[in-house]
Design a protein around this ligand. Sequence first.
Ligand code: UD1
Length: 349
Amino acid sequence: MSSSKQKTVLVAGGAGYIGTHTTVELIEAGYDVVIADDLSNADISAVRGVEAIVGRSVPFVEVDCCDTEALRREVFEKYAFDSVIHFAAYKAVGESVAEPLKYFRNNLDSLLSVLALMKEFDVHNIVFSSSATVYGQPDELPATEQTPRQRANSPYGLTKQMSEDIIQDTVAAVPGMRAIALRYFNPIGAHPSALIGELPKGVPNNLVPFITQTAAGVRKELAVFGDDYDTPDGSCLRDYIDVVDLARAHVVAVSRMVERTAAGAEGDRYEIFNIGTGRPVSVLELVHRFEEVNGVAVPHRIAERRPGDVEKIWAATDKANDVLGWHAERDLGETLRAAWAWEKRVRGL
Ligand code: UD1
């Protein structure tokens, strides 16, 4: 890294769960960060948590990334950066089914606006938050980056597929531009400091926040969605990736693009990587492991299957391991302890 432009990263949607953790890892790796976030699904206190961890203030701009004019004026004209990590999107699967236009409008507009401004300001690199949801239920497991995508089962999932395609075509048309799409499996956990973590608004849709809130007594009991799947214990299998490990993958992705540009590397300017552990874990196993490592009960009962859930999915991580040199490092028990430490701090327990 030579110039300050190359050392600065715009983190769009940087006040959210994965954005805050990524900002910490970027700063600890020597990057400067500018956060842009409209705070529609995040709280400014999350940015304060990041600042407490890194021990300095982090430039923050409250702006809706869909608003191209405001993003140009408040961010692209004011700061010089060469890479963007794009997290700014809605992520509730159920809500996307009820309000598809809201999802298409927000998730696509924010991406289009970021890409247009990158082109205008000659910003070269983008990391995109994609998801294992693009695979649907694969015929063969683990899912590799070559596993065919299937028709998404929600508008949310469709925005991830469409965004990948938009980025691929944009990169092909804009000389010098590079992109890496990271397909996250199931991000869980929190920073070991317990100063940042996942803070869902309302009733959590995702498993681990529901578990931690149940353990904290905020929810009465966890419904385990289905115990009659074709899996060892009948509950669904997922690949749970620690959010700090996931955050590090973004830093490695940015560094790779910066280095490849500096080296004038030929070849693919658009790359996709699965980010997971490669290990399937069932819902029931996860609940029991959480209880065991934290010494706390999680009242739960078996409930109906949740419509739209895939039975089992986990990642082939060879490409991320070999090409990015990235590996999932944190142990599941450690991750579940961090998730509980964060929940306790939020609840003042
Ligand atoms: C979903 C999305 C994924 C998205 C992720 C984060 C799909 C198919 N999946 O993943 O794209 O990135 O959310 O928002 O679109 N479970 C329970 N009880 C609960 C909650 C969950 O048993 O109260 C089970 C689910 O049935 C599933 C597992 O826990 O088997 C994980 O669920 P969840 O955390 O919601 O993530 P996914 O559905 O895998």
